[in-house]
Design a protein around this ligand. Structure first.
Ligand code: ADP
Ligand code: MG
Ligand code: MG
Length: 253
């Protein structure tokens, strides 16, 4: 499904340019959930931005394909249309735009890019109600402006709501490292577990092991200095929790 080979990428231009991803190789087969862990500044978020095509991130070498299609040559809208979804580490507030309006627009943009018809209002409302019930989201919350005055847990729940509405083919979750209470952790992990499917892949970026207690990833990759330095099963996350990154990597990071 997702195949990244020897990827090199930088932030910025000219004198300001800074190489962040340094020869990264990573593969997530369809049906699997992989975790990416690593110290602050390792380049985890940068990888997510490079994969989704965010402005200001330049690829210098290597490749990234989704089901054999070159992602790096697509503009961000095309990637989204192909079903690449990124949840945000720092959710933005959008005053004046209700959640329902925002999510419906995102769904329709994706459909349009795929040459599909817009979702009808009744179908959208039905789906929103079903997903909302699963995530225990209050109908009132869906009428409020996106993230304005939302608690940390509500923001997480909204991200997962969006993800479940969009039904991505490949989802990347870039977790905020702090501020996730037990309820929010459960929301995120329940969402990921509900979306597990044979034709979907997921990459869960997290700083801490505790999220992985609920998700049980198929593989864990440890990231340092812009590349994968170690991969293993879920037990690798537990080892990290015990020994720290220095212990795992055998050198200070
Ligand atoms: P992580 O998500 O693993 O904590 P990031 O991908 O956010 O790491 O950052 C990787 C490195 O890139 C860090 O050294 C960070 O300071 C640097 N960096 C991130 N964003 C920018 C930016 N906009 N301009 C310059 N450097 C950046
Ligand atoms: Mg960070
Ligand atoms: Mg980050």
């Amino acid at each position: 499904m997702l195949k990244i080979e020897n990827l090199t990428a930088r932030i910025g231009e000219g004198d300001e340019a800074k190489s962040i991803i340094n020869g990264l190789t990573l593969e997530v087969p369809a049906g699997e959930v992989h975790a990416v862990m690593g110290p602050n500044g390792a380049g985890k978020s940068t990888l997510a931005y490079v994969l989704t095509g965010r402005d200001g991130y330049e690829v210098d070498g290597g490749s990234a394909t989704l089901s054999g299609e070159d992602l790096l040559n697509m503009d961000p809208e095309e990637r989204a249309a192909k079903g690449v979804f990124l949840s945000f580490q720092y959710p933005v507030e959008i005053p004046g735009v209700p959640v329902m309006t925002f999510v419906r627009a995102a769904m329709n943009a994706q459909r349009k890019a795929r040459g599909e018809e817009e979702i009808s209002a009744p179908d959208f409302i039905k789906k929103a109600r079903e997903v909302g019930e699963k995530l225990k989201i209050d109908a009132e919350m869906l009428k409020r402006p996106v993230n304005v005055g939302f608690s940390g847990g509500e923001k997480k729940r909204l991200e997962i709501f969006q993800m479940m509405m969009l039904e991505p083919r490949f989802a990347i979750l870039d977790e905020t490292d702090s501020g996730l209470d037990i309820d929010a952790l459960k929301t995120v992990s329940d969402g990921v577990n509900a979306l597990r499917s044979p034709d979907r892949g997921m990459l869960v970026i997290t700083h801490y092991q505790r999220l992985l207690d609920h998700i049980r990833p198929d593989k864990v990759h440890v990231f340092a200095k812009g590349r994968v330095v170690k991969s293993g099963g879920p037990e690798l996350a537990e080892q990290l929790e015990r020994e720290g990154y220095d212990g795992i990597l055998g050198e200070p990071v």
